[in-house]
Design a protein around this ligand. Structure first.
Ligand code: SPV
Ligand code: MG
Length: 293
């Protein structure tokens, strides 16, 4: 029941072309809770950021079960719907539908599957991103749709532009994936300008909702996406990158200064830490259950 309402909540966010939605990256319970408190309405469980937080490379080094465990912490730590980066589904149609079933069990609202081959490599690393055969990938999408029905939003992501195959290939793959039952199309680009995704959106004409990831083309104002009737923007890795910068700075200063006095004003207070996960509730519960009056 909870899962269904999260899928419905995610569908409202991701599949609505009339208003632009934003999904914020989360990679653990803490980043999920912070994003919720900041006011985001949905989360992106980023493969890159989860891998990074576990000390892995974004190359399918984390197993599907490690991903599912990370998603559970994200789901449990906020009330927001979570779109999970399922990479290519960890194998063929059978691995993809198993992943989808497990994600539903852990309370995800949706899964994004990309047309890469196992093991995948992060879209911004290197130049070798072989694409899956269209029919084979459509089989993964159909297997997932048949298995989890309406219980998860299914976003199909094409890496056609990342792989250098051009707009024609991207559009014809989007057609095939929509036909296979995808609820939305994620068009990924490594260009430093939004021109590619905007021209995709122009040609695609909202046959199904469009999701974008402006990691490299971060300068484009959001109004351009509203104008193009993009449905969803994913801020895919920004909490993880903020954490790297902040942790690095604190470590460097502690090594150099051997003293925490100057750092104290720049880091979260312990009160903020305890407030984040409602330690007061535990104290009240103890009064109720351990020491009833
Ligand atoms: C992720 O956040 O893991 C993504 C987006 O898939 S990207 O890293 O841009 O490929
Ligand atoms: Mg990813």
């Amino acid at each position: 029941e909870l899962d269904l309402s999260r899928a419905d909540a995610l569908r409202r966010e991701v599949c609505c072309s009339d208003s632009l939605s934003f999904l914020m990256e989360a990679h653990d319970g803490l980043s999920a809770a912070i994003a919720e408190r900041a006011g985001f309405k949905g989360l992106w469980a980023s493969g890159l950021s989860i891998a990074c937080s576990l000390g892995y490379r974004d190359a399918n080094e984390a197993s599907w079960s490690e991903l599912v465990d990370a998603v559970e912490r994200i789901v449990d730590s906020s009330r927001l719907p979570v779109l999970v980066d399922g990479d290519g589904g960890f194998g063929n149609f059978n691995n993809a539908r198993l992943l989808a079933r497990k994600l539903r069990e852990r309370g995800a609202g949706g899964v994004a599957l990309e047309d890469s081959c196992f093991p995948k490599m992060n879209s911004f690393v290197g130049n070798r991103h072989p694409l899956a055969d269209i029919e084979e990938f459509c089989g993964r999408l159909r297997a997932v749709k048949d298995t989890i029905g309406k219980d998860l939003v299914v976003v199909a992501r094409t890496e056609a532009l990342i792989a250098g195959h051009g707009m024609h290939e991207a559009i014809s793959r989007a057609h095939a994936y929509a036909e296979a039952g995808a609820d939305a199309i994620l068009i990924h680009s490594r260009s430093s300008s939004a021109d590619e995704v905007l021209s995709f959106a122009r040609i695609w004409q909202n046959r199904s909702p469009v999701v974008i990831v402006p990691t490299r083309y971060y300068r484009t104002p959001t109004s351009a996406y509203r104008g193009a009737r993009i449905s969803t923007v994913i801020w895919a890795n920004h909490s993880m990158r903020a954490a790297i910068a902040a942790m690095r700075q604190v470590c460097d200063r502690l090594v150099a200064e051997e003293n925490a006095a100057t750092i104290e004003p720049d880091i979260a207070t312990l009160e903020e830490v305890f407030d984040m996960f409602d330690y007061d509730e535990l104290a009240r519960a103890e009064t109720h259950y351990l020491h009833p009056i």
